[in-house]
Design a protein. Sequence first.
Length: 209
Amino acid sequence: MSNPSQPVIFKNLGQVGFRETWESMHAFTLAREKHTGDECWFLEHDPVFTLGQAGKPEHVLNAHDIPLEKTDRGGQVTYHGPGQLVAYLLLDVRRRGMGVRQLVDLIEQSLISLLASYGIEAVTRPGAPGVYVAGEKIAALGLRVKKGCSYHGLSLNVDMDLAPFSYINPCGYPGLGVTQIRDLVAQSPMDLMGETRQRLQEILVSALL
């Protein structure tokens, strides 16, 4: 019998397109069997807006030639691009005895712990999934559960061009400000993305034991 606390396999995919990655994690989830191990895919996406299942296209104010992809995750519209850390959590949540709310809480608290390691105080908002710093959004999350298994995950603004967020109502909220780690730390590691990815992996390993 599979151990629900077996080690998660972490993969760093680099910078990849959204659609092919979405298709890969969807296929992975559909092909899972009860003994299939859990994985977490770290990556950065080429510039893209993604719209959740209930997302409203009118929240895209002006795409500026950035492609828009309709997806099967929860949530509204967000932006992905280079310098943003994305983590897709491919977990058998049923085997782990977790509900969606527990998984959302785990992701949010992991992000808060990660940001605290940089001296950044972050919080959640009731009814608005994600993580915020001084009222501005620094991380978004959207999930889908199929066959008792999760895919999609989180995106954390690390060191990126934030301008495309002004082309949309982020997560469906007009005028919502966004921020990133680079702008919130006085001194940061030379490889901020690599360091952030490593810290998040360590936190997730502990949280998913």
